[in-house]
Design a protein around this ligand. Structure first.
Ligand code: AMP
Length: 489
């Protein structure tokens, strides 16, 4: 991106500035482990030194995302060395790690010592778990910050490279808008493979806060963790808040320490947002929205300003910072597809010019590149965006983005000539996937195969064999009839 971005908000620079200002403040807490800013910087500097010695300049370095201290130091160290990081989810199957390493061309992997041997057995690049002893070199700038992989409809993970300037544009807005005090306690609940974790890490370290990583992040343990750690800044997908609500943990006054609550990743139901506002009465509550392609989040809405009579889902708000949003509508339509442009936009998918050309477009007479989100929105008279739905099949399963087509492509390769269709089935506040195949096949081995290639949330709950797909009066596949079959058949 050629747009001018304030370099002080570069992700490594914001951390380095806090190291200078608050060297002895806690920066990272995981269970009994606590590192101060200067301790975390020392670890990051060793990792940067290791990268200098062992990986090509400017290359990508994978990070095994088990949330041990080394993963956090690795992210910082990789950036410090001018390289970019590629997170691998610890629970995803090794075939997925290999696909991501291959697609990103990562030159090495940094992993917690507990997992290093297991990972080394699965991947061909060098795995480092002990960078100590590497000589410390000065911090360098770099172009790219990270590559996150999301579900791709053509049958494999799709890489989204994000530059340091993209992240700086986000940080500049968030750090100036919300005025965090030094010493804030930030929750770190997102997987490192989800770009919302970048907010956790760098908003925290950019404001002199302590990043609090629960060792057990099951929903059951979260309320007591919040209390024990005196968490003051919360960030999660609405699904997690929904789960807490079902556990009856969101009672009025339940979260007295919270000063900030951010939600992002999927639609935030109004009733849930209202319950959260009462539980965290001293907290700003913000609905963030944004695809990975536009870096973390690109619109924001202050939930406390919501019309009390609202129902449905919380508005998405307006574009933040120097970003712009445009709704592409037919003349008489009130809704349309949301297009985004600005300093947070990725330049396009990694090594995928076809997908890039489809999603990153130019309008006649306009120099800017726009990203087609695939989200349908409504723009109200005050210029506030409201979420309506999707133009395609993409769904969210517990906040994870899933292209059902990715599941279908893998299955079609195994059952040639069959018609395959994966559909989302919603019920009791969550979404599940069910796949239909118009052939009589032995389904357990197919599901086993999928588990070897896909993250658990992408594996359909069931595969249902049908004798031909039902069709509508227009001759299209009758999705509703299939969903009914899954629910009641
Ligand atoms: P991801 O790239 O995984 O962050 O997923 C981005 C997609 O999640 C968006 O294109 C939306 O469909 C959905 N999304 C993210 N935030 C929100 C939100 N606040 N409300 C509704 N949908 C959201």
């Amino acid at each position: 991106m050629s747009m001018a971005v304030d370099e002080r908000f570069d992700p490594y620079a914001v951390f380095a500035a806090s190291v200078k200002r608050f060297p002895e403040h806690p920066a990272l807490r995981i269970g009994a482990l606590q590192w101060s800013y200067s301790e975390l910087e020392a670890q990051a500097a060793s990792i940067a030194g290791w990268c200098e010695l062992n990986t090509p300049s400017g290359s990508r370095v994978a990070v095994h995302g088990a949330k041990g201290a080394i993963a956090y130091a690795a992210i910082l160290g990789i950036l410090r060395s001018g390289r970019s990081y590629v997170p691998l989810h610890p629970d995803h199957p090794p075939a997925r790690w290999r696909a991501i390493i291959e697609r990103s061309g990562a030159s090495a992997c940094i992993a917690d010592p507990t997992y290093a041997q297991q990972i080394q057995a699965e991947v061909e690049i060098p795995v480092c778990s002990d960078p100590s002893g590497a000589s410390v070199v000065p911090a360098r700038g770099g172009e790219e910050a990270y590559v996150m992989f999301t579900s791709g409809s053509t049958g494999g993970p799709k890489g989204v490279p994000i530059t340091r300037a993209n992240v700086a544009a986000y940080l500049e807005h968030v750090l100036t808008e919300y005025r965090f005090r030094a010493g804030e306690h930030f929750s770190q609940l997102f997987a490192l493979t989800f770009d919302l974790s970048v907010h956790d890490l760098f908003v925290c370290w950019g404001s002199g806060g302590c990043l609090c990583v629960p060792e057990d992040d099951s929903a059951l343990r979260i309320p007591s963790y919040l209390e024990q750690q005196r968490i003051t800044s919360w960030f999660s997908v609405p699904s997690l808040a929904s789960l807490l609500r079902r556990m009856r943990a969101i009672r009025p006054g339940a979260f007295p320490h919270l000063r900030y609550s951010f939600f992002c990743g999927e639609a935030l139901p109004v009733d849930l947002a209202k319950a959260w506002c009462e539980a965290a009465s001293g907290s700003a509550v913000v609905n963030l929205y944004g695809p990975t392609e536009a870096t973390i989040a690109i619109t924001a809405f202050d939930v406390r300003k919501m019309d009390p009579a609202s129902t449905g889902t919380v508005p998405l708000g307006r574009a933040i910072g120097g970003n712009v949003a445009r709704v592409e509508r037919a003349d008489d339509a009130v809704e349309g597809e949301l297009l985004l442009s600005g300093p947070q936009l990725s330049a396009g998918y990694l090594n995928d010019p076809i997908a890039t050309k489809k999603a990153f477009v130019k309008a006649p007479g306009d120099e800017r590149t726009w990203y087609r989100t695939g989200d349908i929105v409504r723009l109200d008279v005050e210029g506030i965006l409201h979420f309506v739905g999707r133009t395609d099949d993409q769904v969210k399963v517990l906040g994870h983005r899933v292209e059902p087509g990715e599941v279908d492509t893998l299955l079609r390769a195994r059952v040639p000539d069959a018609s395959v269709l994966t559909l989302p089935i919603s019920g009791s506040g969550s979404t599940r996937l069910v796949t239909f195949i118009d052939r009589n096949v032995d389904t357990p081995p197919l599901l086993l195969d999928l588990r070897k290639e896909l993250p658990a949330y992408m594996v359909p709950e069931r595969i249902i064999c049908v004798d031909g797909f039902p069709t509508t009066a227009h001759g299209k596949v009758d999705r509703k009839a299939l969903i009914d079959l899954a629910q009641h058949g």
